[in-house]
Ligand binder design. Structure first.
Ligand code: ADP
Ligand code: MG
Length: 248
């Protein structure tokens, strides 16, 4: 059993009357690729927002690298090695890809003596090194999404949270993103992703956590999860055998 990198105990978040996350516990081991799935509004993005420190917890606790995060501000969590890739990539359109990634390397890791090497490694691992001198404003949506991952990777995270990295991508771009995330993990960063594309999520993840209406519904290997009756009823709506080979 590998060392636990991130754990949550009784994590709960209330927005006035609404309990968006309800007593959720989890353990994410070092070196894994985990998935987080569930219906729209289940609380997936909220859970990531609690981990990154965008929202305070109502109750429960989150521990990262042995430290209870408590009220730790977002930038300190970043410095501890927590990074998040946003679905809406907002690069500097007039800068080249290399320059955009360099910004991540410089501001994500102040004092990094090897900014050029960090930048190159982030471009290499995400598969966009051949586009390094192109301007971000000229990119396709698939390459933009990889740039977003590269900017996060350039901060040298220990854990990367990716919220729907394949949303809006075509099947080819989705396959490339799966390859990109696997390469990020193989380079030593643990990955936890929210993803609707069941083919992508079952293909890439070691284990998947399912939430529904703020509660943890199931956790297991992709095979266990897609065959779980409660998961089928709440989310998949169709037995695993009937799942389409690919949902664009
Ligand atoms: P998911 O990412 O699984 O689609 P979200 O985490 O975005 O779901 O939302 C979970 C629930 O919490 C939804 O009912 C949503 O409306 C609510 N919610 C999310 N953020 C806020 C907020 N800042 N204020 C109030 N309600 C919120
Ligand atoms: Mg969401």
């Amino acid at each position: 059993m590998s060392e636990i990198l991130l754990s949550g105990r009784g994590v709960t978040k209330k927005f006035r009357g609404l309990t968006a996350i309800d007593d959720v516990s989890f353990d994410i081991p070092h070196g894994a690729i985990y998935g987080l799935i569930g219906p729209n509004g289940a609380g997936k993005s909220t859970l990531f927002n609690l981990i990154t420190g965008y929202h305070p917890l109502t109750s429960g606790s989150i521990t990262f690298r042995g430290k209870v995060l408590g009220n730790m501000p977002i930038y300190r969590r970043n410095q501890l090695g927590l990074a998040r890739a946003f679905q809406i990539a907002k690069p500097f359109p007039a800068l080249t890809l290399a320059e955009n990634v360099r910004v991540g390397a410089m501001f994500g890791r102040p004092g990094d003596k090897n900014v050029e090497r960090t930048t190159q490694e982030a471009l290499d691992v995400t598969g966009i090194a051949h586009l390094a001198q192109r301007r971000a404003g000229e990119l396709t949506v698939g390459d933009l999404r990889k740039l977003e991952i590269a900017r996060a990777v350039a901060t040298r995270p220990v854990l990367l949270l990716a919220d729907e990295p394949c949303a809006g991508l075509n099947p080819t771009e989705t396959e490339e993103m799966v390859r990109c995330l696997r390469a990020v993990r193989d380079a030593g960063t643990t990955v936890w992703l929210v993803e609707h594309d069941m083919k992508a999520v079952t293909n890439i993840c070691d284990r998947i956590i399912v939430i529904d209406a703020g509660k943890k519904l199931a956790e297991g290997t992709p095979h266990e999860v897609v065959n779980n009756k409660e998961v089928i009823a709440a989310y998949l709506g169709t037995p695993a055998a009937d799942l389409p080979a690919h949902t664009p």
